[in-house]
Design a protein around this ligand. Sequence first.
Ligand SMILES: Nc1ncnc2c1ncn2[C@@H]1O[C@H](COP(=O)(O)OP(=O)(O)OP(=O)(O)O)[C@@H](O)[C@H]1O
Length: 657
Amino acid sequence: MQDSAMNTLQQLAQDGRLSLLTLNFIRYLQRHAPVPDALIWLVLQLTEAEAQGHSCICVDDESAPALLLTALNTEERVLLQAAFGVLPADLAGWRQVLAACRLVWLADSGQADAGQPLILDQNRLYLRRYWQDEQAIATAIQRRLQTAHANDGDLPSERIRAWLEKLFPANPENAADAGPDWQRIACALALRGRFSVITGGPGTGKTFTVARLLCLLLALQEHPDQFRIALAAPTGKAAARLKQSIDAALAALAPVLNSVLSAEQLASAIPSATTLHSLLGARPDTRRLRHHAGNPLQMDVLVVDEASMIHLEMMANLLDALAPHTLLILLGDKDQLASVEAGAVMADLCEFATEGGYSRATADWLADATGEQIPDNFLTSRSLLAQHTAMLRQSRRFGGAIGQLALAVNRGDAASAASVLRAAEDDVLSWQQPAQIAASLPLFLHGRDAHTDASGYAAFRSVLNAGPESWPDYDSWVKAVLKAFDRFRVLCAVREGDWGVQGINTLIETALLKQEKIRRQGDWYVGRPVIVTRNDYSLRVFNGDIGICLPDPAREGSVRVYFPAGDQLHSVLASRLSDVETAYAMTVHKSQGSEFGHVALVLPPQQTQVLTRELLYTGITRAKTCFTLLTASPGSLEQATAQVTRRNSGLRYLLSD
Ligand SMILES: Nc1ncnc2c1ncn2[C@@H]1O[C@H](COP(=O)(O)OP(=O)(O)OP(=O)(O)O)[C@@H](O)[C@H]1O
């Protein structure tokens, strides 16, 4: 490598403008073989892309260099570009450079794989581990899809149809042109194989449908009492929500199912939901999991909710750990923010979900088994995966203004989103543009004037201040405090700055301190809401868990943090928790899988890459009853709506056959 390029990189790393990890990786490559400058240039892009959640870069894509070192200013970028000189202009030129380096394996060249750290597959350059994860996921899914019933005729379509009619009675109020019942269709598609995807926006009935699908599966078993079901989600909160919704749905279905299982048998067939980490048997201080192909999970069906939060490595691990006969059902909203880590698995799986992509054979089977006719425009006969994917299209919860806003944002229609925000009744939606975010402090503390639903933290503070005396026992009070905290949340696009998580948490805490509403003991005070930032297996607290600091009833003067654990509570001495942050405000990313009565979404004034359509959509759809948008200028709404994240990935191509 030319000295000038390496010197520039070293200088940038010294100034903290380039990650040391990247520099060390380049040095590692250089120790093993001569590395041409053009490849170093690609590695810089690749490590940057990985940090942004892409699994690879497209070397012939003119936009790829735009990813490069976004942290650099123009002068630094110009310097770096000058140091690297002229680079190949097209894919053929890049392939030539890469083929000449023994650290790169050209996966489509017919050469044997020698374990090189970099892989070029078609036009996509990968770090080996992401390529491996994508390959493993695609192979495992294809295998599951291919071991579907060889012939739909093997399935008892008449029985299935009879059950679907019981589980989803036709609604006489539905308009004749309402289209097919996608919920019935989702159930029937899942019965055909070992892999199924059900996507849909918030409130479209994903859990409603999967509860009925589980009933249908039980009803079709010869020995329903021996049928093993498992429920999981990426976070503890999402797992608890899944279990709650399924329990509620099943309670309503018990009378329908009583010829198959008693209410008690039905209740015991559905275990509690766990996080994917604990399902897979994650252990402290090691990446190795207890369950894998050599020690698979033993269950007949696994439902995983909030699948958009699953990253590449986790999906690869999950598929590896499943027994071949297990039916995996993924539930999620394809339009939500992707996982923080690399990959956009749910978006890749649902690449064609909107258009359907069903074959004529699938449509015929659906007509037999559900009585539903698939409209012609959904018959584009896409991939095998499309034959096992259903998209629910009617929101049952978000008929109103929040739903319209989410839809407008999802369509990329900033003008409609703005007019929905301006036209809505202000107890549901509000758009405020404070010059300084500090001006929103009254909103955070007390909510919007005179509108009880659009609450701030006043409801939470009031349950907290009432103390345990007004409740039958201490735990009931703690549960009420936790519940009241979920009535409102400030969600931010960024962490730093006045308009970020840290600034707003400080703003709220300082105000409460000034008003003498809190009394600190070091970092802790009674009523401090915290979010866990790192898994701690010994304390059984996990990244993203939210708890509240309250007095320890057993020890005068000491405080514990209480976390919800299903219907129960889990508590930890506050002094033992080190990796936590105050949680009046949290990032939209961390809010995935949760819902709050009222959400105040804060978009920062500065232009930032994180301000995307998916972020806005995810923030809006966390709100159950009221939503307030806080921006410094109207432009932020437009900017976020226009900026779509499309992560580079090879998975969607691997799955498109
Ligand atoms: N076919 C239906 N008939 C009547 N009610 C329905 C139907 N489908 C869904 N619902 C109701 O709509 C509400 C939302 O359903 P559900 O919670 O299953 O949606 P979801 O897609 O899982 O939502 P989320 O995105 O929050 O996970 C629930 O109250 C549910 O009972």
